[in-house]
Design a protein around this ligand. Structure first.
Ligand code: NAD
Ligand code: ZN
Length: 359
């Protein structure tokens, strides 16, 4: 399966399949033949779980640099180590970089590629469900001690090779986390699709075919939006549904404690409560959606671990916050997002409603 992404700065394809790494990477042969060196960045967990398959199927010679697992690779230290590796390997602007891992490896590698010698081409090889989102669209970043994803660039890959065989070793918690972004893609685009997800016995244990279908649908939503608005001037903001409140929970907990998608799911329910005030969605639907999330094992305890005042500190750090007014993505109906400024006092009211709902 192939999903084209056509941003202003770059056109590329996401190729999606199962057990097809060799063939999929080979489809970029014309570009890779011209490269003087291929470098693979991955993380320790991914390399331990999938390194053998990767080595057996990657169709070219390559050098590998193994980063610490997960979010720990998105630091200045690892950024520096990755650049040092490229220099030591005598990489030139004709070298090619691969990000083999989840969103964390993808974000770090993308930023390394964007800045090494002012930019070398890179290909994303995502290994998580969440990365159906993060690997597409060209946002790259590392974290600063004062804020997540604060240092980065918009830099599009040459392509995305998504082999769902990698998902087989993904821990269930990470499957759940990534699926929250699939659910978000359904919520901002298609009521029928969301209904199907909500009716499924489980959204965590899809068959290979069903998973591919869901990922493709998610990638199509993301591809369409970033093709229209690469740098988040307009419709790309809709992808932030659930992320304003979600990021506050994620940050308050300390990154990694609450997984990104777990926090997004919390944020999605919060956004439904807020949407009730401005659109056609009602409390009955919000409750149904909460039950759907609980049934699939999404944890909500984190909400009660922090007061609104604690969360507020992080809400105000949101890149989209201005003068104490937050920009929330809300839903008129499922599939119809819009952006609305919301004052902190109202955020607090809805936060109280949320806590009541969870009680
Ligand atoms: P991740 O990359 O941290 O991976 C989650 C965990 O699973 C890690 O411990 C990782 O080592 C491990 N792992 C990954 N693939 C595996 C596999 N196939 N088998 C076994 N273990 C595996 O997390 P993620 O959820 O993929 O991504 C989260 C990151 O993505 C965050 O840093 C977030 O900021 C970023 N993000 C970026 C964008 C974007 O547009 N650039 C969008 C959303 C999220
Ligand atoms: Zn997200």
């Amino acid at each position: 399966m192939r999903v084209p992404v056509a941003t202003k700065s770059h056109h590329y394809d996401v190729v999606l399949g199962h057990n097809f790494l060799a063939e999929a990477v080979k489809s970029f042969d014309d570009k890779l033949q011209k490269a003087d060196k291929l470098i693979v960045f991955t993380d320790a967990n991914v390399w331990a779980a999938q390194g053998d398959y990767f080595k057996a199927n990657f169709p070219y010679e390559f050098e590998v640099f193994v980063l610490p697992g997960g979010e720990a690779c998105k630091t200045f230290e690892q950024y520096n180590a990755a650049q040092t590796f490229l220099l030591e390997q005598k990489c030139s602007r004709k070298s090619f970089v691969f990000a083999f891992g989840g969103g964390a490896v993808g974000d770090l590698t993308g930023f390394v590629a964007a800045t090494y010698m002012r930019g070398v081409p890179f290909i994303q090889i995502p290994t998580t469900i969440l990365a159906h989102d993060s690997a597409v669209g060209g946002k790259t970043a590392i974290n600063h001690p004062l804020g997540k994803n604060m240092i980065g660039a918009f830099y599009q890959p040459e392509g995305v090779v998504y082999d769902t065989i990698f998902i087989e070793s993904l821990p269930e918690r990470e499957v759940r986390s990534g699926t929250a972004e699939v659910i978000k893609h359904a919520m901002i685009s298609n009521a029928t699709w969301l209904k199907e997800l909500m009716a499924a016995d489980s959204v965590i244990h899809f068959t290979t075919e069903e998973l591919a279908k869901q990922l493709k649908a998610g990638i199509e939503v993301k591809a369409k939006i970033v093709s229209e608005d690469e740098t988040e001037q307009s419709v790309r903001k809709y992808l932030n549904l659930g992320h304003t409140y979600g990021h506050a929970i994620e940050a308050a907990a300390g990154y990694g404690k609450v997984a990104h998608g777990e926090a997004v799911m919390i944020g999605l329910v919060y956004c439904l409560l807020l949407s009730e005030r401005y659109g056609e969605l009602d409390r009955t639907f919000t409750k149904e959606f909460l039950q759907f999330a609980l049934k699939n094992g999404y944890p909500f305890e984190a909400v009660n671990h922090y007061s609104f005042e604690e969360l507020m500190e992080y809400l105000l750090k949101d890149k989209k916050a201005e003068y104490g007014v937050l920009q929330f993505v809300l839903l008129e109906r499922i599939g119809e997002p819009f952006v609305r400024p919301i004052e902190l006092a109202e955020c607090k009211e809805v936060d109280a409603e949320f806590r009541q709902l969870l009680a």
